[in-house]
Design a protein around this ligand. Sequence first.
Ligand code: UTP
Length: 484
Amino acid sequence: MFDIATAKEVLKRHGQEHVLKFYDELDDEHRKLLLRQIEGLDFDMLDGFIEQYVLNPKPLEIPTKLDPPEVVPAVCGRADEATIALHAEAKTRGEELLAAGKVAAFTVAGGQGTRLGYEGPKGCFDVTPVVKKSLFRVFAEQIRAAAIRCGETIPWYILTSPVNDIPTQAYFRQNDFWGFDPKDVIFVQQGTLPAIGFDGKLLLARKYRLAVSPDGHGGSLTALRRSGALDDMKSRGIEVISYFQVDNPIVRAIDPVFIGLHSLQSAEMSAKCVAKCDPLEKVGNFCVVDGKVCVIEYSDLPDELAMACNDDGRLKFSAGSIAIHVFSRDFVERLTDGGLCQLPIHRAEKKVPHIDITTGEQVLPPAPNAVKLEMFVFDAMQLAKNTVILETLREEEFSPVKNAEGTDSLVTSLHDQIRRAAGWLERAGVPVPRDANGQVAAALEISPLFADSEESLTEKADPSISITPGQNFYLGSKGQIGGA
Ligand code: UTP
């Protein structure tokens, strides 16, 4: 480990000596913590970041020539025969890959979840309408359902951060991993990057600790490499990684059609999209630049492009990103070759609490005072040799819990979960009570272990099931009816 003389010398060389301002006041344990943190930083790389993203940031250049990408349509009312046939072929391929044990699930759960404001890892947050299952439990049940169906193990990799890794792992242990063999649940800790004050100086969160934050969901790829998870995948024969975020309880964690399509088209990275519900909706926009698919954030896409329409009046850039991907393991290996990730860095100006170097007092800034740096996983799309974008229906697969209230909150997600369950039940022939406005008049929940898709519910549901208005209706793992 660095000794104090080495730390001083390194910090001086990079103009960051203030980090040791309170060193003499610290006890031994805290001194060690600080020295270890300093030793873990790559100062040459940081100098470059500080110059490029803090002291002399350039405005983001949006390419002048943007085209909409090709999208494989969802199969719904308007699907043509070729689309239906492609989905069927993809499903068969996906099921073959699953049955051969070549698929892993990967949940990114290293975010800070500041908007939700929940104490603890977001995956432990209870989200379902009747049983109040947590996000992690919903995904666990979905992945197990898929594993049972294909008769093979589906290992589950979970990205955590240094802040939430211990409580996340403890939560899994408390719940006996929901039936998973613990060796098939692999926690991968992501890296962090320091917050940098507008003057280019690193900030101290405490007198003994630098202010750092997770390096973004793009950091998940390097974390897979650095932690040995990619090697672990290789030794298990995994070829395909099904990637999803921790905040979307209606994601289809393992979708044979999506996985199969990715494989049929020899893609390195694939994405699901939904049709934007508003030209300016706050989702990333899939675009093509120089023949490469990329995602341009809503805040970076000029309004006139966001609103542009085709001759038929439909939005030109209508494909919104919902952060559901399939990666080929080979691609992640290539991207992270040598331990370095080739993803670009994004900067965000944030309010970062810190210790005032002059007074030693804690400061809670009223306005942004620092730059946080992150990598975004969708930037990998443009580095992939081949990509597929598959359209899905928002009501079937996208209802994230991001905010404590308002849009994308628990309330909107509960509503969407109930609406989706009602649609599945009704189309399977089970009557669902509705009020005079057509709103579902009962709380409905279906265990993923009973049915994780409309298709599997249609196969299994008993149409004589009766649901009464106001009921808390739960269809359990064996089709038993619970709730009250
Ligand atoms: P968000 O962009 O919603 O960020 O992450 P967040 O940190 O969870 O929440 P806020 O912005 O502080 O409210 C989208 C997904 O990416 C994961 C999150 O856990 C979530 O599943 N993520 C984000 C990471 O795993 N690591 C990161 O560094 C950032």
